[in-house]
Design a protein around this ligand. Structure first.
Ligand code: PLP
Length: 426
């Protein structure tokens, strides 16, 4: 196949005319499609409806140690929920504190506490002239919103196919005491679907930061969100690796069941070293008498154990796989070899990232919008919403039906081609 760059002006103009006709047809049909929302479809949420039946007014709401879940108490979360979430993120239950429903909320709280009270006896960040976070890009916009909200300077670090560029990470953290943390989505990353390689994780665990209170914010949001039974990515467990490397306190690991059970009504947790947990509990006991134990119990009784959860995730995968595969197949059929952009076929997670030609992302998203397809705003996966090369577009295949997604993908591809041709013709 000839790329647009190799085509003559006449060939490009001819192709453009045909694409414009197809585009106009779609634009006239008044479609309203959405490829921007990284949330489960109703069909996926239906998978967990049985959870509504595992507890009722006749249910004994005592947990295994006899605690009455209806009452106050148990700051850390009930033991059986710690075991379930511990298995989910491959950590010992003793290293876990269960919170409410949202892991993002725990991350916010962790940054907030570090600002006001510091990390393990170090100066509170609010008293420092400068606090900086490393931000692998493209990344999760809501991470960047938290750091922006607190006035923390964000430094972009490019993502490679193996995870963040560790040469840059090692260099920056070893030199600059103002760098206090790095945001990471280490498995099936948002938005590229990249899983950090073994070497990347080992290099993380062996960082030698200038800041004594440097922490890795390890957001394991998609740890069990595989699309395939056999062909799965594996991630080295960071807490154990940090311990092995003599840096046991350097990582906070976050997780939730948001995209396993119900976003908004799941169970979220932090895993960290004993020292970190002592500090976290000090704050937590002021903030709450305990989180929602009934919901924790409901989750445990529904999933039973990690095997139940794995089985449940297979059902999610059965719904998601055709959506991801349709998009990748469409890209391969329509865009491969055209010089119009690149993509990675993820083996899990919630997103596909399309890398358009430099300077094209905003125009593609705007064009798609005019034809009735909403995409995540271009720039969103970067700190301050600024994509320095205006090239990344996040695609969220999970929420629409497969039929809607097919039309939305066709329109997206037409927009990519049109904007690319316009760029080449410039
Ligand atoms: N972390 C990542 C990487 C996400 O993509 C999302 C949601 O899209 C979240 C966290 C939000 O998690 P929670 O619902 O537990 O707050």
């Amino acid at each position: 196949m000839q790329s647009y760059q190799e085509m003559s002006r006449e060939e490009l103009l001819k192709e453009k005319t045909a694409l414009e006709a197809a585009y106009r047809k779609y634009a006239k049909s008044g479609l309203k499609l959405d490829m921007s929302r990284g949330k489960p479809s109703a069909e996926q949420l239906d998978l967990s409806m049985e959870m509504m039946n595992v507890l009722n007014s006749n249910t004994d709401l005592s947990c295994e140690d006899g605690t009455d879940c209806r009452n106050y108490g148990v700051l850390d979360g009930i033991q059986e929920a710690k075991v379930l979430l511990g298995d989910m993120i491959e950590c010992h239950p003793d290293n876990i504190i269960i919170y409410g429903n949202s892991s993002l909320n725990i991350m916010y709280d962790t940054v907030s506490r570090s600002m006001t009270h510091g990390v393990m006896g170090n100066t509170p960040w609010c008293k420092l002239d400068k606090v900086k976070f490393l931000c692998p890009v493209p990344g999760y916009d809501r991470h960047f919103s938290i750091t922006e909200y607190f006035g923390i300077e964000m430094i972009n670090v490019p993502m490679l196919s193996t995870g963040p560029d560790m040469d840059i990470v090692e260099d920056l953290v070893s030199k600059d005491e103002a760098i206090k943390a790095i945001w990471c989505v280490p498995k099936y990353s948002n938005p590229q679907g990249i899983t950090y390689s073994d070497e990347t994780v080992r290099r993380f665990a062996r960082l030698k930061p200038a800041a004594r209170d440097f922490r890795i914010y390890w957001d394991n949001a998609y740890g069990v969100h595989h699309l395939y039974d056999i062909d799965q990515d594996n991630l080295v467990e960071i807490l154990a690796e940090c311990k092995r490397a003599g840096n046991p306190d350097m990582v906070y690991k976050f997780c939730s069941t948001s995209k396993i059970s119900f976003p908004g009504s799941g169970v979220a947790a932090i895993a960290a070293s004993a020292n970190n947990l002592v500090e976290i509990r000090k704050q937590l006991q002021i903030a709450t008498i305990g989180h929602d134990k009934v919901n924790q119990l409901r989750h445990v009784r529904f999933f039973k154990d990690i095997y139940g959860m794995t089985e449940h995730m297979r059902k999610h995968a059965d719904i998601l796989r055709p959506k991801f595969e349709m998009i990748i197949e469409t890209f391969e059929r329509e865009l491969e070899g055209k010089g119009a952009g690149t993509w990675i076929a993820p083996k899990g997670g919630y997103f596909i990232a399309f890398e358009a030609l430099e300077g094209c992302a905003k125009s593609i998203v705007a064009k798609a919008k005019k034809a009735g397809v909403t995409m995540t705003p271009a720039g969103a996966p970067y700190p301050y919403g600024k994509d320095p090369t205006d090239s990344t577009i996040r695609i969220a295949p999970t929420y629409p039906t497969l039929d809607d997604l097919k039309i939305a993908t066709d329109i997206f591809v037409i927009c990519v081609k049109l904007v690319t041709i316009e760029k080449v013709l410039e």
